[in-house]
Design a protein around this ligand. Structure first.
Ligand code: NAP
Ligand code: SF4
Length: 681
């Protein structure tokens, strides 16, 4: 078994305990931590990942006291009674042969509540609350909170704790002068600033004994001004080792950093080099992280000597069976995390329960249950976009006989466009996953086949699932037909799927997710820095913390391939509706490429000069954008005539995905709807 991924699947001996492999499931807050009434779901969620072969699971963050809350009433572990409520979680993981550590997370000035505390009274840019500066007795109280939380974790049956010392949270705030202006023994010199994490680890070790895992998550690249130097990071790592930590995990970037660190446009394993710099400086195992989402990438990182352990959080939401599949030579069956954040982090930041776009069962294991079908039906699924693929393969997994009709020559629907956008290459993985799943579940795929109502009726299917998707909306701008004939007006499908030629000056009509994608596609002209890590680092101003504090440098941006205007009728800022945790990246990326974003426009007409626009109800400030091409990205309309005809003929029809509701269609809703329907038929 270890032949395939010899480094990744090798056990890790910590002396007092052995982890079965080098996969650490990184901490990912799901929201289930925040209410004990959800703990049975948390139990099922972790048990499934332990059954899937993970070496060491780290829970989402639990606060050591109320001041350390992420938000009012978020999860904390402060009493014996609370510890008892965790017992089913740890027992379930152990029953599956896994190990689990509780993450102790004190958010400091990132706390979204008025009780937040910090080394100094400095508000963070990502919370409206100004923290209270702690007295030295207050600092002592926080340390005691960490220690007691670790003791309670041990009492609850955990194999260890992870002390969250990175991402700009409480401990990290003590380390750098950016947030620590104290003049007492907790501030000033670096020796003083790093006293807090060292005291926490040392006193925790004394309290929990030698046979308990302590992972310390150390910020190795702050990506904020006045961040740590490399010398300071090494000094801290050595002190943390001496204080008794078992493993040092890597933290990359504070939450307030203006550099993407985990989004899909970040190159795979983009930060493993940072952990590698620390190799040899300490004797305890090092864990690396960020954008490692496939077993071959993880194996390579370990084989290259970057670390001893690999942390993956979102990839294990996407596929609980990741490790077992890799070990069994079935890596091509892994449902790969595409790093979209749409159902995990975006949900957490909206105070919803996290899940996963490509695996809606994540954190909903007790609710979405895929059972063998009671009777085997013949079911037609029409349309092999994300909704149809998810539905067809789940139906077949349950034992139904499924025929999947797709008029195009390939599966994927809208994903075939997304995968062509620079920075969205990961979307290809979902199509690879579904192709393989069609094979393993036995779905009969009919490509290049437009299923008609007559054919479907004649074939007497028990059920027909209509997942025929959407068609681009025509904005009906005066002059568009004439200019379309001249090749000056295109739809996003023409650009992304059919590769129609686009001139050097472009106006994009519509600034939703697809308008932003098309702009990204056009300004980069086929070059993706996601596939070119050196260029990516230069573009976002990431450098070696050995040469610049915090690892930040001046960005070096390559000029855009085209002059692009991105337009919408709403007066609101462009990109407001994009993902909560990724919208800023899309906006920053287009700003770097000097895309002009204009809101509040009326589209007056298109002619050979370009696109004529005006502003507001009075059609003020008329002007012409002199462009060679106008690209319509003005949303979609559902394609569902088939369903109407089938219904009229008395066929049992189910509408899913964009064919059901085109407005704000996204793959998250499409896949979830497809799978949920498939569990019911
Ligand atoms: P969308 O988000 O609904 O955006 C449509 C855009 O067209 C809006 O900017 C809208 O702005 C404009 N529009 C609507 N009707 C129009 C009309 N009659 N004439 C002119 N402009 C019109 O749709 P989308 O961009 O096609 O994206 C579809 C879905 O795909 C999104 O909801 C999103 O969930 C998903 N997606 C997401 C991402 C992502 O990065 N997360 C990327 C791609 C796609 P005004 O009405 O203000 O003009
Ligand atoms: Fe990965 Fe997206 Fe799923 Fe989050 S929602 S785990 S980023 S695929």
């Amino acid at each position: 078994m270890t032949d395939r991924y010899p480094h990744l699947l090798a056990p890790l001996d910590l002396g007092f305990t052995k982890l079965r492999n080098r996969v650490l499931m990184g901490s990912m807050h799901t929201g289930l931590e925040d209410n004990p009434k959800h703990f049975h779901r948390l139990t099922a969620y972790f048990a499934e990942r332990a059954r899937g072969g993970v070496g060491l699971i780290v829970t989402g963050g639990f606060a050591p006291n109320i001041e350390g809350w992420a938000a009012p009433f978020s999860g904390r572990l402060t009493t014996h009674a609370a510890a008892a409520r965790h017992r089913p979680i740890t027992a379930a993981v152990h029953a599956e042969g896994g190990a689990i550590a509780l993450q102790i997370l004190h958010t400091g000035r990132y706390g979204y509540h008025p009780l937040a505390v910090a080394p100094s009274r400095i508000k963070s840019p990502i919370s409206p609350f100004t923290p209270r500066a702690l007295s030295s007795r207050g600092v002592e109280r926080q340390i005691r909170g960490f220690v007691r939380c670790a003791q309670l974790a041990r009492e609850a049956g955990y194999d260890g704790v992870e002390v969250m010392g990175s991402e700009g949270y409480f401990i990290n705030q003590f380390l750098v002068t950016h947030t620590n202006r104290r003049t007492d023994e907790w501030g000033g010199s670096y020796q003083n600033r790093m006293r807090l994490p060292v005291e926490i680890v040392q006193r925790t070790r004394e309290a929990v004994g030698r046979d308990f895992i302590i992972v310390y998550r150390l910020s190795m690249l702050d990506l904020v001004p006045d961040g740590s130097t490399w010398e300071e990071i090494v000094q801290l790592a050595k002190a943390i080792e001496r204080a008794g930590a078992s493993i040092i995990n890597t933290g990359i970037g504070w939450h307030e950093a203006r550099v993407p660190t985990i989004a899909t446009s970040v190159p795979r394993a983009a930060f493993a080099w940072v952990t590698k710099k620390l190799k040899g400086e300490v004797g305890i195992p090092l864990c690396t992280t960020n954008r490692i989402n496939a077993p071959d990438v993880a194996e390579q990182v370990l084989a290259d000597g970057c670390a001893d352990v690999v942390s993956m959080a979102r990839p294990l939401l996407a596929d609980a069976d990741f490790v077992n599949k890799a070990a069994a030579g079935r890596a091509d069956e892994i449902n790969t995390c595409i790093a979209c954040n749409q159902a995990c982090l975006d949900h957490v930041f909206q105070r919803n329960i996290a899940s996963c776009l490509v695996n809606p069962r994540a954190a909903f294991e007790t609710e979405i249950v895929v059972r063998p079908a009671e009777s085997r039906k013949r079911i037609a699924v029409v349309g092999a976009g994300p909704a149809g693929l998810a539905c067809a393969t789940t139906l077949a997994e349950r034992g139904h006989r499924v025929e999947l009709f797709e008029s195009a020559g390939e599966i994927g629907g809208q994903f075939n466009m997304a995968k062509r956008v620079p920075g969205k290459e990961e979307f290809q993985e979902t199509l690879r996953y579904f192709s393989r799943r069609i094979e393993t579940t036995g779905v009969q795929l009919r490509l290049g086949t437009r299923a008609t109502a007559a054919d479907l009726i004649a074939n007497s299917f028990d059920d027909v699932v209509v997942a025929t998707g959407v068609t681009p909306r025509d904005p009906h701008i005066a002059g568009e037909d004439e200019q379309r004939g001249a090749g000056r007006v295109l739809s996003y499908v023409d650009v992304l799927l059919h590769g129609k030629p686009v001139g050097p000056r472009v106006a994009i009509v519509g600034a939703g997710g697809i308008g932003f994608d098309v702009a990204e596609f056009l300004v980069n002209e086929g070059h993706s820095t996601t596939l070119d890590p050196v260029a990516w680092m230069a573009e976002w101003g990431v450098t070696d913390p050995g040469t610049s504090r915090g690892g930040i440098a001046n960005p070096v941006v390559t000029p855009p391939a085209r002059r692009v205007y991105l337009l919408q009728r709403k007066p609101a800022p462009l990109g407001k509706g994009l993902g909560k945790t990724t919208g800023w990246i899309h906006r920053a990326s287009l700003r770097m490429k000097r895309v002009e974003m204009i809101g509040g426009v009326n589209y007056e007409r298109i002619d050979e000069r370009g696109l004529h626009i005006s502003f507001g109800e009075t059609h003020a400030k008329p002007m012409v954008l002199e462009v060679d091409t106008v690209v319509f990205c003005s949303g979609q309309e559902p394609l569902r005539e088939l369903a109407d005809r089938l219904r009229a003929a008395g066929v049992a029809v189910h509408l899913i995905g964009g064919a059901d509701v085109a407005a704000e269609l996204d793959a998250k809703r499409a896949i979830e709807q497809g799978i949920r329907l498939a569990t019911r038929l």
